[in-house]
Design a protein around this ligand. Structure first.
Ligand code: SF4
Length: 290
C-alpha cells in the first residue's frame, strides 16, 4: 500500500489520498486537520457490498461494487502512510482513526479490530471511531467484548425511523430493535459513546413525522448527528433544505434527543461522507481474471 496521489479541499483543511494496494486497487483515505485533533478516515474494503442507495461507494454502476476486504496490514499502512505524509506521528494533538471510509467494517471485523488495537498501542493519545450500517448486531456486541485497547466511539447509520423505510435506503441491515439493543450493550460494556447518523434526504426522511417517530424509537438523551447529504449526480437524492434541517433539529431536541447538524469536510473534492470510492489500476484492468 503506497500513496498514489492526493488532492486538497478549497480551504486546505482536508486531503483526499488515493493509495495503491499491492494487487492494483486504488483505495481512498481522508485526512482532516480538525483544529484540536487530526482525523484520518480510512476505508475497510475495496468497494462495499451493502449497497446503500445514498452512497457513492454502494452505487457503482460497473457491477464491481465490491472487490475485497483489506487486510489488517493494509489498514495499518493506509493510515501510517497518511501520518508520515502529514508528519504528525509525535504531534501533541491526538489522532482520531476513523473507520468510516469505503466499506462495512463489521464485514471485515478481525482486520479492523487488529488495526485499531495497533493504533491504540502505538499512539498514546489515539482515539478510534467505527461507523456501521448495523448489518450484524452480534458483531457490535463482539466489538464490546473484545475490549480493543483504544477509546472507540461507535456510529450507527440510522437514516430512517422505521424498518420499512430504512430497508429502502440500506438494503442489507438488521432490524432497528436488534441494533438498538446491541448499541446499548456496547455503550454499557465499554463506557464509550454511541452516535446515530441520519442523513436528511429531501422528501424521503425529513418530515416532522419522521422526527416524531425517532423520538418514540430512541431512548431519551440519544445523540443523533444530522448529516448534510453530499449531492452526487450518480445518486437519486437531494439534501433537505437548511430550514427543514433546522426545524428537524428543534423537534428532536424538544423531544429529549441530542441533535447536532453536521457538514462533512472535503465534499468539494469527493472526500466527504458517502463519497469515497475505489478505482482500479492498469494491473487490474488488464487482468482477465478480475
Ligand atoms: S454507507 Fe457505508 S455501508 Fe452503506 S454502501 Fe456506503 S460504505 Fe457501504
Amino acid at each position: 500500500m503506497q500513496i498514489h496521489s492526493r488532492s486538497a479541499s478549497s480551504d486546505g483543511k482536508t486531503l483526499k489520498y488515493r493509495q495503491m494496494t499491492e494487487d492494483g486497487f486504488l483505495v481512498e483515505t481522508t485526512y482532516v486537520d480538525h483544529g484540536n485533533k487530526h482525523i484520518i478516515c480510512f476505508s475497510s474494503q475495496v468497494g462495499c457490498p451493502v449497497g446503500c442507495h445514498f452512497c457513492a461507494s454502494g452505487q457503482r454502476k460497473d457491477e464491481k461494487r465490491f472487490r475485497q476486504s483489506l487486510s489488517a496490514a493494509e489498514l495499518i499502512l493506509q493510515c501510517e502512510n497518511v501520518v508520515a505524509d502529514r508528519g504528525i506521528d509525535d504531534d501533541e494533538r491526538p489522532i482520531l482513526f476513523s473507520c468510516m471510509g469505503e466499506g462495512e467494517p463489521l464485514l471485515n471485523i478481525s482486520a479492523v479490530i487488529s488495526a485499531l488495537a495497533h493504533f491504540g498501542s502505538r499512539y498514546p493519545l489515539a482515539r478510534g471511531a467505527l461507523s456501521t450500517s448495523g448489518i450484524f448486531p452480534a458483531r457490535i456486541r463482539e466489538l464490546a467484548d473484545r475490549r480493543i485497547p483504544i477509546p472507540m466511539k461507535l456510529q450507527i447509520s440510522l437514516h430512517a425511523p422505521t424498518d420499512e423505510l430504512r430497508k429502502l435506503l440500506i438494503p442489507r441491515t438488521a432490524s432497528l430493535d436488534a441494533i438498538i439493543a446491541a448499541a446499548s450493550y456496547y455503550a454499557t460494556k465499554t463506557g464509550n459513546p454511541v452516535e446515530w447518523n441520519y442523513v436528511l434526504l429531501r422528501g424521503v426522511n425529513d418530515d416532522r413525522s419522521h422526527a416524531l417517530a425517532l423520538i418514540a424509537l430512541l431512548p431519551h438523551g440519544t445523540h443523533i448527528k444530522l448529516n448534510r447529504f453530499n449531492a452526487d449526480p450518480r445518486l437519486p437524492f437531494s439534501p433537505a433544505s437548511d430550514e427543514t434541517q433546522r426545524s428537524f433539529v428543534r423537534v428532536l431536541e424538544d423531544g429529549g434527543l441530542i441533535a447536532e447538524s453536521y457538514r462533512t469536510n472535503g465534499s468539494d473534492i469527493g472526500a466527504g461522507c458517502g463519497q469515497l470510492t475505489y478505482a482500479v489500476s492498469a494491473v487490474v484492468l488488464l487482468s482477465p481474471a478480475r
